[in-house]
Design a protein around this ligand. Structure first.
Ligand SMILES: Nc1ncnc2c1ncn2[C@@H]1O[C@H](COP(=O)(O)OP(=O)(O)OP(=O)(O)O)[C@@H](O)[C@H]1O
Length: 226
């Protein structure tokens, strides 16, 4: 008997997305699908809506219209608390401004990310995540005691410590020189591979195009979404 072909559910599904702010439309994306495992660059000039789209995918922003589904879950169907837990378990975020908690050491920053969504906060998981980004020897350091590059690595470790299916990184390399840009890109790809996550990187940094081929260009959303 033939086995029925079941289409896998895309990791991200967007339909009829529109967001207005300050009295005008700042993002419009009629349809977009991202398959699991297909790392993607989110391209477009400054102000084209990359951060807005990342926030909509993360459920940090409720779009004016349209539907966003991540791993089959319609984000609008969740209340705020459930959406926070869903995000914390499914999506790892590396923000443009890293948002590390200054009062906590870096191990504490990672433990907090796990505690917030009810995962165990044992030393082993946190230590392993920091070891994978080369910071296993700095567990007790506070963010301000680290270099900017080290803080970025902590932010990447925190984004993956809950083993998300999706990693969103907002302009992770734009302030970096070529060597550090290459190192950061490799780190994101390595960490995504280590937890089996799909990576979406918002950037106008052309250097990333060498490493991540698939792209959504918000300066031409209709073509990209076709
Ligand atoms: N709360 C808001 N009120 C008014 N306008 C907003 C608001 N949030 C975003 N915008 C506008 O929406 C547009 C898209 O912003 P967004 O930050 O998503 O762009 P971006 O592509 O990420 O830009 P950049 O590459 O400079 O970070 C911009 O023109 C911005 O000014």
């Amino acid at each position: 008997m033939p086995v029925p072909l079941v289409e896998p559910v895309p990791l991200v599904e967007i339909d009829g997305l529109r967001h207005a702010a300050g009295g005008r439309t700042v993002l419009e994306l009629p349809r977009w699908r991202l398959e699991e495992g297909r790392h993607c660059l989110l391209l477009g000039p400054s102000g084209s809506g990359k951060t807005t789209l990342m926030h909509a995918i993360a459920g940090l922003l409720r779009p004016t219209a349209g539907r966003v589904r991540v791993a089959g879950q319609d984000l609008a169907a969740l209340d705020d608390a459930a959406r926070d837990v869903f995000r914390g378990r499914t999506i790892g975020i590396v923000f443009q401004t890293l948002h590390l908690v200054p009062a906590l050491d870096i191990a504490g920053n990672l433990r907090l990310a796990r505690w917030l969504v009810g995962l165990d906060t044992g030393e082993d998981t946190v230590r392993a995540a920091l070891e994978r980004v080369g910071l296993g020897h700095r567990l007790k350091a506070r963010p301000h005691e680290l270099s900017q590059g080290e803080r970025q690595r902590v932010a990447v470790a925190r984004a993956v410590v809950n083993r998300p299916r999706l990693i969103l990184a907002d302009e992770p390399t734009s302030a970096l020189d070529d060597a550090n840009c290459a190192a950061m890109t490799e780190l994101l790809l390595e960490q995504a591979a280590a937890c089996g996550a799909t990576l979406v990187v918002a950037t106008h940094d052309a250097r990333l195009k060498e490493r991540i081929a698939h792209r959504l260009d918000l300066s031409a959303p209709l073509e990209a979404a076709a």
